[in-house]
Ligand binder design. Structure first.
Ligand SMILES: Cc1cc2nc3c(=O)[nH]c(=O)nc-3n(C[C@H](O)[C@H](O)[C@H](O)COP(=O)(O)OP(=O)(O)OC[C@H]3O[C@@H](n4cnc5c(N)ncnc54)[C@H](O)[C@@H]3O)c2cc1C
Length: 457
């Protein structure tokens, strides 16, 4: 990759309506630091925060002319740090306008809008679609990688609600993609992963009217873990689509907490009926079950994370975990090596299925249309932790994933990106990978948009 001269940077700065910042300049950290500090050592040569579609075209043209690599930044939350690189970061942050039309249910979000930007626009219209539970997560990365939320068993994945997206390609063309226009690219933008085909400057979704609902938080001590995991999995077999659960075990050291958290698109009274077998198996030390408006529920489930550095591995499960598998998982969690991040380490099952599975696996690029749960295994550490602590955490996570491999499948969720995953092509995309690679060859023949787990690499 070439190093642009000072004149080159000045030329870019003059060419765009947005801003260009370089290392050491005011505001550089805010637009260059990845949310996952595991990748904080990657410092871009410059960041262009684009103010318009034309800015995106000019930034691409500038980078192409000079042979500079680019990374596209939406919300900056890539688990694998794929929105930062050593060259030019195209920061979509200023493209965060969201408009919502209550009569058509159509919601159009700029490519750099965050979850909170989208929620702020849709709440007054009392309509929604499946969204992520991190306020600063970007709509771009979420949608392009699929997007699973607490209402996905009713609403499908975020990408299922997408009806159109506008993309700036590697040769600067602006393409509208929908079922009727550039349908191949539209297919690829629903689960094919961000940063692969171009810069998505806007996304249009079809939202649904919201209903009141209920949320719950149940907590147990570690001694009840086996019983709780077993009963939640059994309950999910017959639970209505309206019910969603995340059952997890997490530890920050000497003790571990077992939790079952979720949302039900019905009343608290009907939620209690679904939860009855779970509540009867072991008494939680904390129980919260409440009627909620849709918007209160969204706030209840917002995941506040300590950030710092983290890593995750996932396994898409089509069957519940066996008792042996649960025992093996819990034994590994008891051996978590420790670290300075209050998020600790652990494992969780997210309920998938329902509406997600009513779309055929080849209809969109997101292939996991037969799953019952996503098993997510994760660990975290503080930036100040020593290399030994980091290595111990990554070693533990690899061992946990190896331990669980015989019980799960060989598929993973792209949006919980695992940069250490070797089989990522089939794990993330299944049978859809060859079509994605073919679309990539057509739309970006020179591989201008490239990164470690990029399509075609
Ligand atoms: C705290 C937290 C909560 C989360 N909650 C959920 C959840 O509830 N459900 C879920 O499914 N996932 C969730 N995730 C995972 C999340 O969906 C992914 O990390 C996602 O990739 C983040 O998107 P981003 O735009 O914020 O990240 P970025 O790092 O900016 O982007 C991720 C990838 O997409 C590309 N990209 C982003 N925007 C665009 C665009 N407009 N055009 C082209 N390429 C683009 C980037 O180049 C990069 O390759 C969560 C992650 C975190 C850290």
């Amino acid at each position: 990759m070439k190093s642009p001269s000072e004149e080159d940077w000045t030329r870019l700065d003059k060419a765009v309506a947005g801003t260009v910042v370089r290392p050491g300049e005011s505001g550089f950290g805010a637009v260059s630091l990845p949310f996952n500090r595991r990748f904080a050592a990657t410092v871009p040569a410059g960041v262009v925060s684009v103010a318009s579609v034309v800015d995106v075209q000019r930034a691409i043209a500038w980078a192409r002319e000079l042979g500079v690599g680019v990374a596209v930044r939406g919300g900056g939350h890539s688990y694998a740090g794929y929105s930062v690189g050593p060259g030019l970061v195209i920061d979509l942050g200023p493209l965060n306008t969201v408009s919502a039309n209550a009569s058509t249910g159509l919601v159009t979000a700029g490519g750099g809008a965050s979850m909170s930007d989208v929620y702020a626009a849709i709440e007054p219209c009392e309509m929604a679609f499946a969204l992520g539970n991190g306020a600063t997560v970007g709509i771009g990365g979420l949608t392009l990688g699929g997007g699973v939320g607490a209402t996905s068993r009713v609403h499908g994945i975020t990408a299922d609600a997408l009806v159109a997206t506008t993309l700036v390609t590697a040769d600067g063309e602006v393409l509208r993609c929908s079922a009727d226009e550039n349908p191949d690219l539209f297919w690829a933008c629903r689960g094919g992963g961000g940063g692969n085909f171009g810069v998505n400057v806007s996304f249009t979704f079809q939202a649904q009217p919201v209903t009141d609902c209920a949320t719950y938080v149940l907590l147990w001590h570690m001694e009840d873990a086996e019983k709780v995991f077993s009963v939640v999995q059994r309950t999910m077999r017959s639970a209505p689509d309206a019910f969603a659960a995340r059952v997890g075990v997490s530890t920050t050291g000497p003790d571990a907490v077992v939790s079952c958290i979720g949302q039900h698109l019905g009343s608290a009274a009907s939620l209690k009926e679904v939860l009855d077998p779970i509540l009867s198996v072991a008494e939680p030390f904390r129980t919260m079950i409440n009627d909620r408006t849709y918007w209160q529920a969204k706030n209840d489930l917002l995941h506040e994370t300590a950030a710092g550095a983290f890593a995750a591995r996932t396994s898409v499960l089509t069957q519940p975990l066996s008792e042996d598998a649960i025992d093996a998982m819990l034994a590994m969690v008891r051996r978590w090596p420790g670290g300075g991040n209050p998020d600790g380490g652990g494992a969780a099952l997210f309920s998938w299925g329902g509406a997600i599975n009513r779309v055929p696996a080849g209809d969109t690029a997101f292939p996991h249309r037969d799953a019952m749960f996503l098993l997510s295994m994760d660990t975290s550490w503080a930036e100040r932790d020593s290399r030994e602590v980091v290595d111990a955490n990554l070693g533990w996570l690899a061992e946990l994933a190896d331990t669980m491999a015989p019980y799960g499948g060989d598929r993973s969720y792209l949006n919980f990106t695992d940069p250490d995953l070797k089989s990522w092509r089939t794990a993330y995309y299944g049978d859809n990978y060859p079509r994605l690679a073919e679309i990539k060859r057509r739309v970006d023949p020179d591989g201008f948009f490239t990164f470690e787990q990029g399509i075609g690499s």
